[in-house]
Each structure stands twice: as structure tokens, then as C-alpha cells.
Design a protein around this ligand. Structure first.
Ligand code: NAP
Length: 292
């Protein structure tokens, strides 16, 4: 049986769907049992656990042949990343106590970077899970194509997508969450020894100009990308409720300056199958359904 955290989200859901389609038993690890009803209907065992609660996580991981760890996103971490560290301590303690057969942990492109930025939260997770007694895989996907959900309204209504990624013609490794989940499920079913890192991107790298062009195709109207000047980021993020905009700004700097990038050889990067336009069609449909 495979214990899947984050199952009510995009990646965890795709992991579980892939495992169920392969006839594998799945334990849905959720923080709110009410949100797991559809997974129970699909035959999953359901357990409740919070990602920063070692006791409930230990029970959730016990008896599992494999565990998928999805660290919760935190776009506005406190200095020193105490929130991420609480999750890391709980996850590490639970894995040590429950000793599942193997672990696949979702990490990120650029987890090896030494510059402090938003993704340092995953650097810390990778460091903490290095010396566990069971085989561990860190899956490092590129930028999620689904981040373009924020761009649907401005693309549709104004024909402009504001871009923090710059310059506008610089292609960035991006990947669909469906591919991330599918690959994570495949990795979970493999046998390996020790710690391994798997880097993953989509079929093509995507520049902001490519993203605008793909939106234009999907929406049937002209769309262009527009640079959001870096000197405006801090004030903008604060106006959106961020207490400390710096970690997110440094992450964006990392993509733009190149210190957030894949670490391994180009030939070893796993390629996803889902095209950008497929993801954008889904996001546009979802947005119009929400508006109805
Ligand atoms: N966005 C990117 O470009 C990118 C790139 C590389 C890696 N990543 C990584 O991808 C992950 C996000 O994946 P996603 O897009 O699938 O996220 P998502 O759709 O937002 O789903 C998040 C999941 O985590 C669960 N969760 C959140 N906080 C929790 C907590 N305290 N205890 C238990 N469960 C909790 C949520 O449960 P509820 O349903 O209860 O809320 C939900 O199932 C993050 O680890 C992020 O670092 C993102």
C-alpha cells in the first residue's frame, strides 16, 4: 500500500490516480477527512494527518510499502523558515518511526541552490531526509504550468500577461502537474538503493513570450507578455498581503539569473508528455466554470 500526502491537491491527486489505475492500493493522507470522500469512493483507505504533526504522520505511514511526501507550499515564510522546519521535523520523525519501504519526496528545480530564497524550504527538506534508513527519491520538477492560472483573467480580458520571469524570450523548464504526479507514481513503484534525485520538465521549455502565444491560441485573441519591473515587486507583493517579499523575489531572481536551474546532466532530465496548450485549455475552462 502507498500512502499519499497532498492527495486533495493537483500533484498528489495525479499520483493517486496513476497508482489506482495500475491496480495499486492507496492510503489517502488528508488533514480534513471530509475532503477525502471521493478518494474513499475510489477504494482508498483514508487517514487524517497534518504535515507538521509527527504522531499522526507516523500512524499514516505505518505499514506502507511507499510514501509520497508533498511539502505544503508557503509563499510568505518567516525568517529562518520555522514553518517549513516544523514540517521537516515531523516528516523525518514519522518516517524514522514508521519505516515505510521507500519514499518519494516532491522537491523542486533549484533545490541545490545555496542562495537563500523561497525554494530553500525544499533544500532543507532534502538535507533532512538524506540519511534515512530507507531508499529516498527527491523529485525536482520545473516551474508548474498551472502557475499560469493567475494569467488566465488578464490574458482573456486585456490580452496581456504580466511576467516576473524575464527576459521575455528566456525559456524556462516548465511541467504539467499531471506529469509530475504520473512520474512520482512511477518512481514510487520502482526499486532503488539510497538517495537519488530525479529532475523533470515538460516536452518543451517555455518563455513568457511562448506562454503568451499559447494563450493566444487557446483564447483565440492576441496576447502578449509584459515585464513587471523588478523595482515594483516588493511593493506589489506587500500590497497582496505578503509580509516579507524577499524570499519570493530571490526565487524569481534565481530563475532569471540562472542560479535556480537543473543540477544534473541535460540527458538525465526526465521529459513529461503534457503540452502547455493542454494545461492552458484546462485552466481557461476551469476559470469560466468558476465564473458561472
Ligand atoms: N508551483 C510550482 O511551480 C512548483 C514547482 C516545483 C515544486 N512545487 C511544489 O509543489 C507542491 C505543491 O503541489 P500542488 O500544486 O499539487 O499543491 P496544491 O494543489 O495546492 O495541493 C496542496 C496539497 O497539500 C495539502 N496540504 C497543505 N497544507 C497541509 C498541511 N499542513 N497538512 C496536510 N496537508 C496539507 C492540501 O490539502 P488541503 O486540500 O487540505 O488544503 C493539498 O492536498 C509544493 O511542495 C511546491 O513546493 C511547485
Amino acid at each position: 500500500m502507498y500512502a499519499i500526502t497532498g492527495i486533495t491537491g493537483k500533484v498528489g491527486g495525479a499520483v493517486a490516480r496513476t497508482l489506482l489505475a495500475a491496480g495499486q492500493p492507496v492510503r489517502a493522507v488528508v488533514r480534513d477527512a471530509a475532503r477525502a470522500r471521493s478518494w474513499a469512493e475510489h477504494g482508498c483507505e483514508v487517514v487524517t494527518a497534518d504535515m507538521d504533526d509527527e504522531t499522526s504522520l507516523t500512524a499514516a505511514f505505518e505499514g506502507a510499502q511507499g510514501v509520497f511526501i508533498l511539502p505544503p507550499s508557503d509563499f510568505d515564510p518567516s525568517p529562518g523558515f520555522p514553518e517549513a522546519r516544523a514540517v521537516i521535523d515531523a516528516v523525518r520523525g514519522a518516517l524514522q518511526s514508521a519505516t515505510p519501504g521507500k519514499v518519494v519526496c516532491l522537491s523542486t528545480i533549484g533545490a541545490q541552490a545555496t542562495e537563500i530564497n523561497l525554494l530553500t524550504q525544499r533544500t532543507l527538506m532534502e538535507q533532512a531526509l538524506q540519511d534515512l534508513p530507507m531508499p529516498v527519491t527527491f523529485l525536482r520538477p520545473g516551474w508548474f504550468m498551472e502557475n499560469a492560472a493567475w494569467d488566465v483573467a488578464p490574458a482573456r480580458d486585456a490580452g496581456v500577461i504580466p511576467s516576473f520571469l524575464q527576459p521575455l524570450d528566456k525559456a524556462v523548464p516548465m511541467v504539467a502537474t499531471a506529469d509530475v504526479g504520473r512520474v512520482a507514481a512511477q518512481l514510487l513503484q520502482q526499486t532503488w538503493r539510497g538517495v537519488r534525485v530525479v529532475e523533470l520538465e515538460g516536452p518543451q521549455r517555455v518563455s513568457p513570450n511562448d506562454l503568451a502565444e499559447a494563450f493566444a491560441q487557446v483564447l483565440g485573441r492576441p496576447v502578449r507578455a509584459e515585464v513587471v519591473l523588478r523595482e515594483t515587486w516588493g511593493e506589489l507583493f506587500r500590497s497582496q498581503g505578503t509580509t516579507d517579499p524577499l524570499p519570493r523575489m530571490r526565487m524569481l531572481d534565481g530563475f532569471n539569473e540562472g542560479f535556480i536551474a537543473f543540477e544534473g546532466d541535460e540527458a538525465d532530465i526526465v521529459k513529461g508528455e503534457v503540452e502547455l496548450e493542454t494545461v492552458l485549455r484546462g485552466l481557461v475552462l476551469q476559470s469560466s466554470r468558476q465564473a458561472d
